[in-house]
Design a binder for this molecule. Structure first.
Ligand code: ZN
Length: 63
């Protein structure tokens, strides 16, 4: 988890500095990317993209 000490954090998905959002397995995901993930069933390609991101997230966690 990255923290710049000013309440904002770097999003794991888009690498932008944001506040709010959620944390998944200790990795910060901004509100916009969270909403993208919720919308993912509307876009199969995007779903694959995010699934791969989640997979690498797990891999990083346990490797
Ligand atoms: Zn983001």
């Amino acid at each position: 988890m990255l923290d710049n000490g000013m309440g904002n954090r770097i999003c794991y998905m888009c690498n932008e500095e944001k506040s709010g959002g959620i944390e998944v397995l200790g990795n910060y995901i901004c509100r916009r990317c969270e909403e993208e993930m919720i919308r993912q069933d509307l876009d199969e390609l995007k779903m694959e993209y995010y699934k791969n991101n989640i997979k690498s997230l797990w891999k990083n966690r346990f490797s």
